[in-house]
Design a protein around this ligand. Structure first.
Ligand code: PLP
Length: 398
């Protein structure tokens, strides 16, 4: 392990060299079944042939042209992305590079919309406790978790946190005289895979519409088919004003997007916002390949079916320590009643034991929750194999 990296990540004891489908191979040739998709990024698995082809062909043609110009690939990607999000009412896109950058763009849209329509003093953005919106100073401000706030103040002003699920608290927080936007995850990923209820999201949408507060869905983790709908908000029948995407957007290359519906589509004008790499043609080519595969009803139904199958298998374990299984589609959180990190380590070490068998890559979300985000292209038998490995580990650790 190299020690020149800043010490920002708690790392698991493995160094990867390559991947194919749902499998990663480490530098010693050991194999690991991937239930992480690089935290919902490699949504089509590793070295997915159409993605590899799209990236290589685009890299040989044009890597970057800067945003003084449009490139044919970036334009095609933006068109296809907006079309894929039309069900949620999206009309226009801004292309960025990450989830945090997309959420920054969303906050700027909310503030400018409110300022130009309602005047000064109405700039607050409401977010939920337990949310995660990124690591920049502003998106940390938006993130409703104290653990991320120590050491980095002062933060961007104007963020208000409410407890998710409490409609009255939301009603009180969404003050029409001071609030510009509500930024919300339909399913909180980082803090334990916690879906919001239909009632709560319906109330949020109604309150925002009544008060002309922008409803902004952070779909950085839940978007691009992860929950079995192209956008999670579609599964809830919502039509937000703004949607942010990243992670799976380009299947493994850095990409983010801010999408805007009718109300917000024209808010940002020339000079208001930008990003040197945003809409990069290689990332856009990758994004097109992802959309070509994922944005199809039959493919989305398969994600929903595989997710259901995973939940059925986990429920059938009747494991005494498992207290709850949450999530939608192939975004699943399992409360295991013990620390999750040692389970992640044990799943890796399986491949490194003398009687080496396949290892398993798992994620945690919160201290005692396993988070399962396998690639959509994983086969049923690989899903069964991975869950069997997970069950064996849990049995051995009780
Ligand atoms: N929003 C959500 C819901 C996320 O899950 C994440 C990352 O985990 C982010 C934003 C930040 O994305 P990025 O790390 O690409 O900046």
């Amino acid at each position: 392990m190299s020690d020149v990296f800043m010490n920002t990540y708690k790392r698991l004891p493995v160094i990867f060299a390559k991947g194919k489908g749902a499998w990663l191979t480490d530098i010693n040739g050991r194999k690991y079944l991937d239930f992480t998709s690089g935290i919902a990024v490699n949504c089509l698995g590793h070295a997915y042939p159409p993605l590899v082809k799209a990236i290589s062909e685009q890299a040989a043609k044009l890597c970057h042209a800067c945003n003084y110009f449009q490139s044919d690939t970036s334009a095609a990607f933006a068109e296809k992305l907006v079309a894929a999000c039309a069900g949620a009412g999206m009309k226009k896109a801004f292309l960025a590079n990450s989830g945090a950058e997309a959420n920054e763009g969303a906050c700027k849209i909310a503030r400018k919309y409110s300022l130009s329509k309602h005047g000064k003093g109405r700039h607050s953005i409401v977010t939920l406790r337990g949310s995660f919106h990124g690591r920049t100073i502003t998106t940390l401000s938006a993130t409703g978790q104290d653990q991320f706030h120590k050491d980095f103040g002062p933060f961007t002003e104007g963020f208000i946190y409410v407890d998710g699920g409490d409609i009255e608290a939301l009603d009180r927080a969404l003050d029409k005289n001071t609030v510009a936007g509500l930024l919300i995850e339909a399913i909180q990923g980082e803090s334990g895979v916690r879906p919001r209820s239909q009632d709560y999201l319906d109330a949020a949408a109604r309150l925002c519409a009544e008060r002309d507060i922008l409803l902004m869905l952070d779909e950085v983790q839940t978007g691009m088919g992860r929950t079995g709908a192209f956008l999670a908000c579609e599964g809830y029948g919502l039509k937000p004003d703004v949607v942010t995407l990243a992670k799976g957007l380009a299947g493994g290359l850095p990409a983010g997007a801010v999408l805007a519906g009718e109300k917000a589509a024209e808010v940002l004008q020339v000079g208001d916002h930008g990003s040197t790499f945003g809409g990069n043609p290689v990332a856009a080519a990758a994004g097109l390949a992802v959309l070509d595969t994922v944005a199809k009803p039959a493919f989305l139904s398969e994600i929903a079916r595989k997710g259901e199958k995973m939940r059925e298998i986990i429920s059938s374990w009747n494991h005494p320590a498992i207290s709850e299984i949450r999530g939608k589609g192939m975004m699943i959180g399992v409360d295991i009643g013990i620390e999750a990190w040692p389970v992640l380590e044990a799943a890796i070490k399986l491949a490194q034991a003398p009687l080496a068998q396949p290892g398993l890559l798992l994620l945690s979300a919160g201290k005692q929750t396993l988070r399962l985000l396998p690639p959509y292209t994983i086969s049923d038998s690989e899903l069964e194999q991975g869950l069997e490995i997970a069950l064996d580990i849990l049995k051995n650790m009780q």
